[in-house]
Design a protein around this ligand. Structure first.
Ligand SMILES: Cc1cc2nc3c(=O)[nH]c(=O)nc-3n(C[C@H](O)[C@H](O)[C@H](O)COP(=O)(O)OP(=O)(O)OC[C@H]3O[C@@H](n4cnc5c(N)ncnc54)[C@H](O)[C@@H]3O)c2cc1C
Ligand code: FES
Length: 283
């Protein structure tokens, strides 16, 4: 473990762990040290069960944090062994956390910011939206999901500014990809910054829409992670650089997870963005 990260391990008490949809949970944790240090766009590695099974902690974005109450909130989808174990944890139990980790979104006085979230990628955007709205900035949000059930926290975003919703099946909002209302909005509006989080194809589409208009955008990547500390290189992703190849690999956990959209190489052959070998999926 890197020395600066050693102090980031802390025990948190589960305040609430409740389902939001059939396979999506919202967990609130009493974690004062982490809440005090957190920034929007950062993440936390969670040891989902006591002991070392599974061996690796699982990464989750900070959905929300409340420094005064000393609490953080995460939203997670049950996909495999780790998240299934997490879903079974009860209020009052303790969880080991490592964080906050990663760079988070960065702001430099923008007055109008557009947020674009897809699926579970919606989760880190609420902390950003609340931070920006709290500073008096204009926030406009575009959320897309498979069905209306997965338009997470849509009501909370609606309190903070204009909200555009899309679903794949048309069960809520427009039946379209989230980039459709975004592109339509950008025909007549020019935000100072766009923040996006979601699956890679969505991020690539957002990058095309904003890069072609010269609008600065930050994208948060969610690569599979092993250590979360910059050590195992399992989360490496190609980022443009002045090298003979035109890119270099950066660690999403340590150098990201947030990068400028125009620097991310979405279009490399599939094998170059394949996940590294530090998963303990079998454990
Ligand atoms: C920086 C970061 C932030 C994240 N934030 C959230 C969040 O806020 N909410 C949330 O639900 N998930 C989030 N994830 C993804 C989450 O970490 C994984 O879903 C989780 O680790 C799966 O653990 P598991 O043991 O249940 O599944 P595993 O048994 O490890 O895997 C089950 C299935 O999930 C897939 N999977 C595992 N990790 C990822 C990933 N990173 N991206 C896409 N597919 C994956 C596997 O390929 C496999 O098909 C985040 C990931 C990163 C890197
Ligand atoms: S997860 Fe190990 S280097 Fe990023």
């Amino acid at each position: 473990m890197l020395r600066e990260d050693a102090g980031k391990i802390q025990m948190a008490t589960i305040v609430e762990n409740k389902p939001l949809a059939s396979d999506v949970y919202h967990i609130t944790l009493q974690a004062p040290r982490l809440a005090a240090a957190a920034k929007p766009g950062q993440f936390v590695m969670v040891r989902v069960a006591p002991g070392f099974a599974p061996t690796l902690r699982r990464p989750f974005s900070l959905h929300r944090f409340d420094r005064e109450a000393g609490r953080i909130e995460l939203i997670y989808q049950v996909l495999g062994k780790g998240t299934a174990l997490l879903a079974g944890r009860k209020p009052g139990e303790e969880l080991e956390l490592l964080g906050p980790l990663g760079n988070g979104f960065w702001f430099s006085g923008e007055s109008r910011v557009a947020l674009v979230g897809g699926g579970m990628g919606i989760t880190p955007l609420l902390a950003a939206a609340e931070h920006l709205a709290g500073e008096g900035k204009e926030v406009v949000t575009f959320l897309g999901a498979r069905t209306g059930d997965y338009l997470l926290a849509a009501e909370k975003f609606a309190h903070l500014g204009p909200l555009y919703l899309t679903t794949d099946d048309g069960s809520r909002g427009e039946k379209a990809l989230v980039t459709k209302p975004l592109a339509e909005y950008l025909e007549n509006n020019r935000p100072d910054l766009v923040l996006a989080c979601g699956p890679l194809p969505m991020l690539r589409a957002v990058a095309e829409v904003v890069n072609s208009r010269g609008i600065p955008a930050q994208v948060s990547l969610e690569q599979r992670m092993g250590c979360g500390l910059g050590v195992c290189l399992g989360c490496a992703f190609p980022i443009r650089a002045e090298t003979p190849e035109g890119y270099t690999y950066k660690r999403v956990c340590h150098d990201g997870p947030v990068f400028w959209a125009h620097e991310v190489l979405f279009a490399l052959p599939a094998e170059t963005t394949k996940q590294g070998g530090c998963s303990d999926e079998q454990s």
